[in-house]
Design a protein. Sequence first.
Length: 260
Amino acid sequence: MTAQLLVERHGRVLQLTISNPTARNALHPSLYPQATGIFRAAMDDESLGAIVLCGDGAHFCGGGDLRRLQQQRSQPEAGQVQILDALHDWVEAMRDCPVPVIAAVEGAAAGGGFSVALGCDLIVAAEDARFVMSYVRIGLSPDGGGSDALARALPPQAALELLLDGDVATAARLQALGLVNRVVAPGTAIASALAWAERLAAGPRAAQQRIKQLVHAARGRGHRAQLDAERDAFVAGLYGPECGEGIDAFLTKRTPRFTP
């Protein structure tokens, strides 16, 4: 069965499901342009407030299909370069997406599945979820932004432990490292992520977009450049309608209405 990306809309929340359950929702290159297109389209969809990425059934995503990779070894390298560029376009589109993106992880998030989860803004994981950077087990280094995400979030020793050892990490271990935001009962990760997404989707979309941009760009800037970026984002927000609504709601002791 070919992997699919299933799309459901719940009000202001979009649920994207990686569906290839007979292969633990293994990734396939056919998914990458579709996923990128969906996240890019969010730029212009003001009715969208948050996105939840999950897997179909018992697992989030088992990573790449090793049979396809084995076949690719007999093909020109340029083909694999194009495939990885398409995957990386997807990961970059999640980072650039103006609304919060939450990974809901049940079961396994392995290899590229772990990298894609790390590419989301937030992670909700079941207590029995298992995360593994399995690339080293087959003589590979990460793709999908896995090394970048871990190097940004962790001390080198912790990032290298996950990458070099290739052993399974629990949701509790990753929460202790600051990689997983919430650990929930098995079978409830998607529902928990959707509930969180619904709450975030009611927030100030333009302000959330600026916050994402500030956080993701911070490590690529010097201190003064980041302060200047904070200044510009603050001023843009102060003179925008969301801030006007937020201040008025606070002063009049009511719940702000940021969405139409």
